[in-house]
Design a protein around this ligand. Structure first.
Ligand code: ZN
Length: 167
């Protein structure tokens, strides 16, 4: 069981890593923690569900709200493998989550060939500044999170299916 922020981050990165096994998924993972327990998990599922809003963070928020039977996640912390986009930041605001930890920055994601994600994050500058002040956002650098993108990119190029060791 996790007791540290870096351990929760590893759980989010593991979900991102699992996405490499499914050609329909992009490598993004998220967990939501409530009272030191993971109550929500999410993997990117846009093509899997034919749902353009099925980002890892949205999936995890839906999962946590369902489990806790509330729309108020103000006692929860969100850990995500990559810096959230503007849609997810808005969802985080509406769910009242108070702190967000992310591993890869938007620039990292951009460097691995996901320009759309980069553009979306840039749009968050236009979001209501008061709304964004309601939660903290902190980067926890995580080499495995970068490694997931490295592996994702190399699979895009080579079409390989083997899984890199993640531990
Ligand atoms: Zn998003």
């Amino acid at each position: 069981m996790c007791k540290s922020n870096s351990c929760y981050m590893n759980e989010a990165v593991t979900l991102a890593h699992q996405c490499l096994e499914d050609k329909l998924r992009s490598p993004f993972g998220c967990v939501i923690v409530h009272k030191n327990e993971i109550v929500g998990v999410g993997k990117e599922a846009i093509k899997v569900k034919n749902d353009p809003t099925a980002h890892a963070e949205i999936e995890a928020i839906r999962n946590a709200s369902k489990k806790l039977k509330t729309i108020d996640l103000s006692d929860c912390i969100l850990f995500t493998s990559s810096e959230p986009c503007s849609m997810c930041l808005s969802a985080i605001h509406w769910s009242q989550i108070k702190a967000v930890y992310y591993a890869c920055s938007r620039k990292d994601v951009f460097s691995f060939g996901l320009p759309d994600a980069f553009e979306l994050v840039e749009k968050r500058k236009n979001l209501n500044k008061d709304a964004l002040k309601k939660f903290e956002m902190i980067q926890i650098k995580n080499e495995k999170a970068i490694e997931v993108f490295r592996e994702w990119r190399s699979r895009q190029k080579t079409g390989q299916k083997h899984l890199v060791k993640c531990n």
